[in-house]
Design a protein around this ligand. Structure first.
Ligand SMILES: CC(C)(COP(=O)(O)OP(=O)(O)OC[C@H]1O[C@@H](n2cnc3c(N)ncnc32)[C@H](O)[C@@H]1OP(=O)(O)O)[C@@H](O)C(=O)NCCC(=O)NCCS
Length: 168
């Protein structure tokens, strides 16, 4: 197997809005499918309200167009004609020290199952190590996203908490 020459570079500002909108769409849809199907949508006041809530989680944009305090990266692979995916990372602290938190990691459909997400995780880990004070890399994943969960568990991530939900 040949080595993958992968890099992450800050996404050009002109693409950020579309990326963040796409992220909010995807996350709201994924949340709506969790556990109770439409139940979460309903508990949150409907799919539109759920989408608005998710969009509101995205921090305001800095002067450079990036979400405040964090960076959205294009994922580039030598030999591929276009970015193969995107990742959004920034600092966080859940009480066990500063970490680099992955808000989002996605590989676009035509480029999946080529090891690019695995390689992107290794690149993000190297980035975290380069920031000396950072203790490691963290992320959250929806329980139903078994593909992503398997990817993370196979690459050294260990679950530390689980969010449970019961609609009222
Ligand atoms: C999850 C995702 C990032 C994986 O990207 P990818 O580049 O296809 O993953 P890789 O090729 O690096 O796969 C690495 C390993 O993950 C697991 N994996 C990835 N896709 C899988 C699938 N469709 N089914 C089962 N296992 C899978 C396998 O263990 C795989 O290793 P293998 O190919 O040697 O079996 C991609 O499917 C994606 O972008 N999904 C939509 C967005 C998303 O859910 N992001 C995660 C948010 S937390």
């Amino acid at each position: 197997m040949t080595a993958i020459d992968l890099s992450i570079v800050p996404m050009p500002a002109a693409k950020l809005r579309a990326y963040l909108r796409g992220f909010a769409d995807w996350y709201a849809e994924a949340l709506g499918e969790v556990g109770y199907g439409a139940g979460l949508d309903e508990a949150c006041g409907g799919a539109d309200a759920l989408h608005d809530r998710v969009a509101a989680l995205i921090p305001g944009l800095d002067a450079d167009g990036m979400p405040a305090g964090s960076t959205v990266f294009d994922i580039l692979v030598a030999g591929e004609p276009a970015p193969v995916g995107a990742t959004w990372c920034g600092p966080a602290d859940f009480g066990f020290g500063p970490i680099l938190y992955i808000h989002d990691l996605r590989v676009f459909a035509p480029f999946r199952r080529k090891g690019y997400a695995r390689e992107a995780l290794a690149t993000i880990r190297a980035l975290s190590k380069a920031r000396g004070h950072v203790k490691g890399v963290g992320l959250s994943v929806l329980a139903r996203n078994t593909v992503a969960r398997d990817l993370y568990l196979a690459n050294g991530f260990v679950p530390i908490s689980q969010v449970l939900f019961q609609p009222s």
